[in-house]
Design a protein around this ligand. Structure first.
Ligand SMILES: [Zn+2]
Length: 125
């Protein structure tokens, strides 16, 4: 599952332009399914593409529930608010600009969802 957080800080590394997300909430993050306190698992870099091909890199992290074993990706709500990122990328897939071979789409979007988007577009004709 995805946990959206609103209490966080973004620390930007000026040398490589990568921002890292740090959770700053008062309460510990809990599993949405069983309310157990989550433990840190790992992090990964996510690419956000702006208009004109400008890219931003954001390091987000994953938590694991010690009780039910599920993984939860924690994302800052600024990604949610900037919905234009997602819609731009969806558009790019439909135009054939973003392909699964694209270096920036290693983990996002997945091949399966790309096929789904293509089908949705074809349905509109
Ligand atoms: Zn759990």
């Amino acid at each position: 599952m995805v946990i959206v957080i609103s209490e966080y800080v973004l620390k930007r590394n000026e040398q490589n332009g990568v921002s890292r997300v740090y959770y700053r909430g008062k309460n510990k993050l809990k599993c949405p399914e069983c309310q157990t306190e989550l433990v840190y698992r790992d992090s990964k870099t996510r690419t956000l593409r702006r208009e004109g091909g400008q890219k931003e890199y954001l390091i987000i992290f994953r938590m694991r529930c010690p009780k039910c074993g599920k993984y939860h990706t924690v994302i800052p709500d600024c990604i949610q608010k900037n919905k234009h990122y997602a819609s731009e990328i969806i558009q790019g897939v439909q135009e054939g600009i973003v392909t699964p071979d694209d270096e920036d789409s290693v983990d996002y979007p997945s091949i399966t969802s790309m096929w789904r988007w293509k089908r949705e577009r074809e349905d509109h004709y």
